[in-house]
Design a protein around this ligand. Sequence first.
Ligand SMILES: NC(=O)C1=CN([C@@H]2O[C@H](COP(=O)(O)OP(=O)(O)OC[C@H]3O[C@@H](n4cnc5c(N)ncnc54)[C@H](O)[C@@H]3O)[C@@H](O)[C@H]2O)C=CC1
Ligand SMILES: O=C(O)C1=N[C@H](C(=O)O)C[C@H](O)C1
Length: 259
Amino acid sequence: MSTSSVVRVAVIGAAGRMGAQTCAAVEEAEDLELVARLDAGDDVGAGVRDSGAHVAVDFTVPAVTEHNVHAVLDAGAHAVVGTTGWDDGSRGRVVEHLERVNAERGDEGLGVLIAPNFGLSAVLAMTFAAKAARYFESAEVVELHHPNKVDAPSGTARHTAAAIAAARADAGLGPSPDATQDGWEARGADVDGVRVHAVRLRGLVAHEEILFGNAGEQLTIRQDSFDRASFMPGVLLAVREVGSRPGLTVGLENVLDLS
Ligand SMILES: NC(=O)C1=CN([C@@H]2O[C@H](COP(=O)(O)OP(=O)(O)OC[C@H]3O[C@@H](n4cnc5c(N)ncnc54)[C@H](O)[C@@H]3O)[C@@H](O)[C@H]2O)C=CC1
Ligand SMILES: O=C(O)C1=N[C@H](C(=O)O)C[C@H](O)C1
């Protein structure tokens, strides 16, 4: 993918909330060309290949996103993925696929960039949380979303909790203090030992609060995406960057040099 020429972009999940917004953002960008709008029922591999897309952006559903990424790679394109639901197993299979295709492609290696959140405020909140985590005895995450969201906790909250857990482990911290004996169902999901609470409320879009506590003090880091427009600069940055990052990149913080 040449950096000087127009980047041809296919959007998968084009009829959805994020897909539609992404199509509009790509159409408005002078250095990008929208060449395919794909959605449920379309053959993703054929759609990407036949359109000559350099990059395919996936905003679909957790159940199909991995399948779509393999189809995109088989079609010879890079992938930018915002869909949630990824775990070590699915990411590992994509790494294996990339190693296989890139061994044959040499210098022109394909890239896959998976970002649980493309919003700058969310990426910064996660980064700040990872930095703060080592200094606090207690840490919990609260994510708040629109009621049409199908997965819980959010991919962002999982990514945040995992980063907090890793920082706590590096610092030699044990579990957050918690005397709960009954009613564990009210204490949220356990993500790598960090409690994560999910709120679904009409009127919300996407929001996250990370709470840290020590004796006598609290740090709250909060970010709010009031509109899906907030994700678009990050999505377009990923589309422009993925071609120069062969292999798998997880998290926009790596592209922003925040990691
Ligand atoms: N990384 C980020 O910054 C963000 C990520 N998301 C995530 O993106 C995903 C999509 O979110 P929304 O757009 O709100 O959902 P949505 O439900 O509005 O859209 C999903 C679209 O995928 C389509 N689809 C389903 N199966 C398909 C298949 N096999 N092939 C092609 N298309 C298929 C649906 O028909 C629908 O149009 C979710 O996982 C969400 O959590 C959402 C917002 C920001
Ligand atoms: O479904 C959404 O809306 C969002 N999904 C992503 C997630 O699960 O973290 C990103 C953002 O929170 C919006």
